[in-house]
Design a protein around this ligand. Sequence first.
Ligand code: PRX
Length: 630
Amino acid sequence: MSRITTIEQYHEQYKKSVDHPEAFWAEIADEFTWKKKWDKVLDWNFSAPEVSWFINGKFNITENCLDRHLEKDGDKLAYTWEANDPKEPNIQYTYKELHAEVCRFANVLKKHGAVKADRICIYMPMIPQAVIAMLACARIGAVHSVVFAGFSAASLAGRIQDSDCKLVITSDGAYRGVKDIPIKEVVDEALETCASVTKVIVYQRTGTVVKMNAGRDYAWDEEMKNASSVCPAEEMDSEDLLFILYTSGSTGKPKGVVHTCGGYMVFTKYSFENVFQYNPGELFWCTADVGWVTGHSYIVYGPLLAGASSLLFEGIPTWPDPGRFWAMVDKHQVNILYTAPTAIRALQASGLEYVTPYKLNSLRVLGSVGEPINEEAWAWYDTHIGKARCPIVDTWWQTETGGILISPLAAITKTKPGFATLPLPGIQPLLVDEKGTEILGNGVEGNLCIRFPWPSIIRTTYGDHERCRQAYFATYKNLYFTGDGCRRDADGYYRITGRVDDVINVSGHRIGTAEVENAINMHADVVESAVVGYPHDIKGQGIYAYVICTNSEKNPDSLRKEIIAEVMKLIGPIAKPDKIQVVTGLPKTRSGKIMRRILRKVAEGDLSNMGDISTLLDPAVVEEIKKGKI
Ligand code: PRX
């Protein structure tokens, strides 16, 4: 059994995973259903990079998520779905029902010409059909690329073009709190520049009027009417692509992170079971959106592989009021709640009057993900939600890692506020200095790297392998570089301190500064811009933009509004700058490089010591920037 139940077992398994990684993972992989077992467990080198797990293994992940449970647990609950509007009835799916829906939709995809290895874009709200669509793709061997439905038409188009998607699955609209967002319109606009897409399948969620393009657009319900619920699963190789998920990096263009079938399957189930210590019969609730990796790994694949029951939620934490999460915990008797620090902080700020009416006594484990959790939010979560009896698992990982790498195991690992604590078995973290020299011992800080592959490590960035090498494997020789700074304390516990590259983490969402700058620069009056993050009470980090403008006569308020509109159009609301300061120059070195350190300090409100500015082309600009701070 791969389930760890004591801290001694953790240490034993950890040691085994380092001393004999192949034997360790082979034993875990053995618990899955394979059509043909692998010939070799692992092949790797981090310089190419080239990583293959469970080589020549044949199987289909949906048989492991669904079919495998049918005989004994077919009537077990897979999902309870709660709509945005609490008055709308819940919908439940047993494993048997989910299996049937997935097979039916897989047949719809086939009917529309989708075959193995085709890329299919999913742009949907948090409704069961989004999960069904993902699994249906996996069933037929198509590669899903889920795009968060808050991204703009331009962002969606960029992602569809990058991976040449053939089909798009969407809905007419999306409910989010009081909003009713016409997302099919966004798809229509995106598709004006996406020649690869020949079919669009539209689920009717809100009933908003949509334009159905004859010969291209098909209604989900109509297509499902006559679809058979029998659909044999496509046989996949361990290293066949399972999905692409776009994420921001330090350059302007998001990268298509590629995960493959075998390793991802093994690691998501293993990490789900061990981190959350899920027990049969419990209800797990991950509040993420399926548009992010957390949704992929811990709403869809991890829990289903483990035969777990999950809650799926369409809405937002603050609507109809900020007690929504807690009302849902009581109503559904949620046992494990996995959410993000930004949500915790927002609910904390709303006041205890939204918490105290609820019992919350079904909760057993609390989780946090997406960004560093500050100690105050940790303590609030612990005291008022967990009632000081639920362990908090602060789970550190990334889109590229596929699953949780550093985290307490619930009720097994002693926790410490703000610390992701210890690596999971199979994960070999290390800290390095700027030159890549390993920093040994405890009570140290450095850049977080991993020295050995784990099964769900990123395989490539879609269509551009060199980019993958450059971004993750070239900074330090023979190491995977996470982009995060990290402290290892006297007990050997890891605490992630945040990104050390040009990526900002806004409400747990990764946003590249270059991406926002590119969007701002599209405004006709903008000559140049520089974007940095700054501490934000609720979002963790906010976006601060310094902008040089050609038109000095322009009213700064209208300029700000127009810039925000530009960013919303090109990226989406999540990348909206919180503060925009108009400047006449940026602090640049003689070689033309922007000294972001200075911009960060000003944005943080630390105007005292700017450090050495003698290498700047025009040191006077610093004073002006300080004076104009917003
Ligand atoms: O900086 C780290 C932060 O989120 C980044 C990964 O973002 P993304 O790929 O969007 O995935 C988010 C969900 C897994 C990391 O490089 N991060 C994630 N979890 C934590 C965290 N920072 C601190 N503590 C965490 N628990």
